[in-house]
Design a protein. Structure first.
Lengths: 200, 200
C-alpha cells in the first residue's frame, strides 16, 4: 500500500549526500519492521497484534461489468485511532509508530489530535498504550508509554518532544535480528510497574 | 464506504413483496447499528471499540499535480482479522458481525478461514471474542462466544450453524433504543463465567 505522502517527503528534505547516508543506515522502514515483528509474535504464539488498514474514502466504483468491484476514485482518510492494536498476556495493547529525520526532537505534528484523544482514552481504560518513535539518523528507537507522552503534552506548550525526554522517560528498543523491533520485551520489563502506574 | 457486494445482493435475492417486507422490518443495517453503539460506548466512557477499516489494495495513484493523493485504481481485500476490536473493563474485546436472510441457519461461508484462525487465536490468548449474527427476516440478533462457535465448527461438518444452536448456545441481544445493539450487557452477564470457561 502506497501512501500519498511518505518516503518521498523524506528524500526531498535531505541533500543528496544526506540521502545516501540516510539510505545507507536506514535498513527497512519502521512500519515494515514492526509488521515483521508482529508476524513473528503471531507465529510464535506470543501475541496477536495487527496494523489496522489505512482508512479510505471511496468516491467512485467502476460501473462496467468487466470492472465490477474495482475502485476508480478514492482518498486516504485521517485515522481516528492509532495504527496498531491487539492482545498480549491477556492485556489490550495499543500503539502508534513514527519515524523522524530530526536528530534533536520528535515533532508533535506527527500525531494528530484524534490520535492523542484515543491514546488518552486507552490509557484511562487501562490498556497498555505507547508510542514507538525512531530517530532515523541516530538509529535510535524508543518506546514511550502513554503516561509519559500525555504528561509531556499536558505540561508543555512545545511543538516537539526533545530527544532528551525520550532518553530519560522512554525505553530504548535495541536492534535485534529476530524479532526486529522487540517492543514486547519492554512491556515485560515494565509490566508490573505499569499496572501500579495505572492506579495513579 | 461502499462495498462491492452488499445490500444490492440482498435486494436481488428477494422477490418484490419480500423486498418491501424486509425493508419494512430491517431498520438500519447491523454494521451501522453497531457503529452507533460503539459511538455511544465511547461517549459514555464505557468502552473503546472501533470497526477496522476495510483493507484496500491500491494499484494506481493519480500522477498529475492537481490530483495528487487521489487513488485511481484499487481493490477491496480479504480482511485477515475480524472487523471490530477494542478494550472494555481492562479486557481485550474482538468480534465479527454478520447478517443473514436465512430463517433457519447461518451460512458459514460468511466467515472465511483467516477469520476463523484469528478467532481461535484470540480465544486462546484469553480475549473476549464472539460473533454477532442477525437473522434479518426474524429480527433476531445473537451473540455467540468464540468457545461455542469453535466447538460447532470443530465438531460438525455442516456448512451452516442452525438457528437452534444460537437459541441454545447463543445469547439474544434485545433491540434497544440506546444503545441499539447493547452487546456489552451480554458480556456483563456472562463475564464471570467467561473467565472460568477460558481455563477449560
Amino acid at each position: 500500500m502506497k501512501y500519498p505522502k511518505g518516503s518521498k517527503k523524506v528524500i526531498r528534505s535531505t541533500t543528496s549526500n544526506e540521502k545516501i547516508a540516510t539510505y545507507g543506515n536506514r535498513g527497512m522502514d519502521l512500519e515494515k519492521e514492526i509488521n515483521e515483528t508482529n508476524q513473528y509474535y503471531l507465529e510464535k504464539d506470543i501475541a496477536v497484534i495487527y496494523k489496522k488498514p489505512t482508512p479510505i474514502k471511496v468516491v467512485k466504483m467502476a460501473n462496467t461489468k468487466t470492472q465490477q468491484g474495482i475502485i476508480k476514485e478514492a482518498f486516504f482518510e485521517m485515522p481516528s485511532t492509532t495504527d496498531y492494536n491487539g492482545i498480549y498476556k491477556l492485556k489490550y495493547i495499543d500503539f502508534e509508530a513514527k519515524e523522524t529525520l530530526s536528530e534533536t526532537s520528535f515533532p508533535l505534528n506527527n500525531i494528530h489530535q484524534h490520535q492523542i484523544d484515543h491514546i488518552r482514552r486507552i490509557h484511562h481504560h487501562g490498556g497498555i498504550c505507547f508510542l514507538i518513535v525512531r530517530f532515523k539518523k541516530l538509529n535510535l528507537t524508543y518506546l514511550l508509554f502513554a503516561k509519559d507522552f500525555l504528561h509531556f503534552i499536558d505540561e508543555n506548550k512545545r511543538k516537539s518532544i526533545p530527544l532528551e525526554y525520550f532518553k530519560i522517560k522512554g525505553h530504548l528498543i535495541k536492534d535485534k535480528f529476530l524479532p526486529r523491533v522487540d517492543y514486547l520485551s519492554i512491556i515485560d520489563q515494565e509490566g508490573c510497574n505499569y499496572d501500579a502506574v495505572e492506579k495513579d
